[in-house]
Design a protein around this ligand. Sequence first.
Ligand code: PMT
Length: 419
Amino acid sequence: MADPDRPEPPRGPLAGVRVLLGVSGGIGAYKAVLLARLLVAAGAEVDPVLTSGAQRFVGAATFEGITRRTVRADVWEDIAADTHVAAGRAAQLAIVYPATAHTLAKLAGGLADDLLSTTLLAATCPLVVAPAMHTEMWQHPATRHNAEVLTGRGVHLLGPSDGMLMGGDTGPGRLVDPEAALALLLRLHGGRERHDDLAGRRVLVTAAGTREPIDPVRFLGNRSSGKMGFAIAAAAAQRGATVELVTGPSSLATPPGVRRTDITTALEMRAAVLASVDAASDLDVVIKAAAVADFRPGSASGSKIKKDAGVPTIELVANPDILAELGARPRDAARPLLVGFAAETDDVEANGRDKLRRKGADLLVVNDVSGADAGFDVDTNRVVILGRDGERTEVALTSKSEVAHRILDLVVARLSPPD
Ligand code: PMT
């Protein structure tokens, strides 16, 4: 019989894990109560930290009742206990749910003027940020910039999703459901052993789109921002790899510890990639997230093509396929593991499977780029990862950072043990 004086040890996938639940002042704050409940049911010890705005939407008593822990909200309370530093250090996972535009800006800028922002500056654990705001605010260049700064720092940006917003309008800006937040936290917790599983490995990542010049001012290009490739480079560096990033034009900051080579055209990308592959006999992995132009103008005009001369006819020639070229090399100990991507809109998986075979890759990450929340120039992605060995892994909509880690999990499983 259970001893009433001795509480049962926590059970569940997050048993005993300290989760810092930051809640900022958006209408979605009510969903944070549901998330707290899910976390408690998963066994977590939840430390809610509410901003003053959050407390106008939901009472601290609700969180206290659900988590059975004291809710902290004031940075000036109990100064002697160093609450923010202690809570930050103790956290094993942290999530800001919802994160308003203001909170996002404070985190990106490293500001620390309340308990939540000071605590998060003291935390070194994985951090998930789930933005929620009106579409216009989410799409504002300042917010986009802040989101990119956070992603570049390895923060897991989750959402927002597309749907009904406060006031009856619809669009991107809706807080993701608490179940999706829990699922990401569970995966992050499960991945803590990832810490340095790529130590001693060399990884080459390509990112962003190439630009193929038509004349000195015009080019053929595509919508790739580099977010997916940069997230992979950041994740591989976090896991201890020596990372080289060959990237087309991108405004993103180079992830910490990553060596970056900027290129513009597909031919330049090919030269940089092959030089790296051929120079480094110890290169373990090549991950080709770049959107390389399949065609380029046969000859770019040396001067700006004049409108008055009529509509020009631009003859295109095929670019070399870098992935296929590497994939055609003998599959021996010197050949790095090859990971390709496929951006598809129709028959997504079948086309991906075909590319995996044709290009000789070991893994192929297929993204369905027909939705607004995945693929090009967004912070989230939804992919299916196909292995040459027949393994199939589906990654539901999540941050590009998390997609990057899921790809690297499969890479690690396929690397032969280091010499
Ligand atoms: O940068 P983001 O905005 O974050 O967007 C990410 C992304 C959608 C660009 C990325 O996730 C992605 O899908 N990248 C590959 C896009 C693509 O060009 O797919 P593809 O099906 O055309 O090419 C298949 C593979 O062959 C890719 O690995 C590509 O790098 C490679 N390729 C293609 C053409 C070529 N000439 N040489 C190549 O190496």
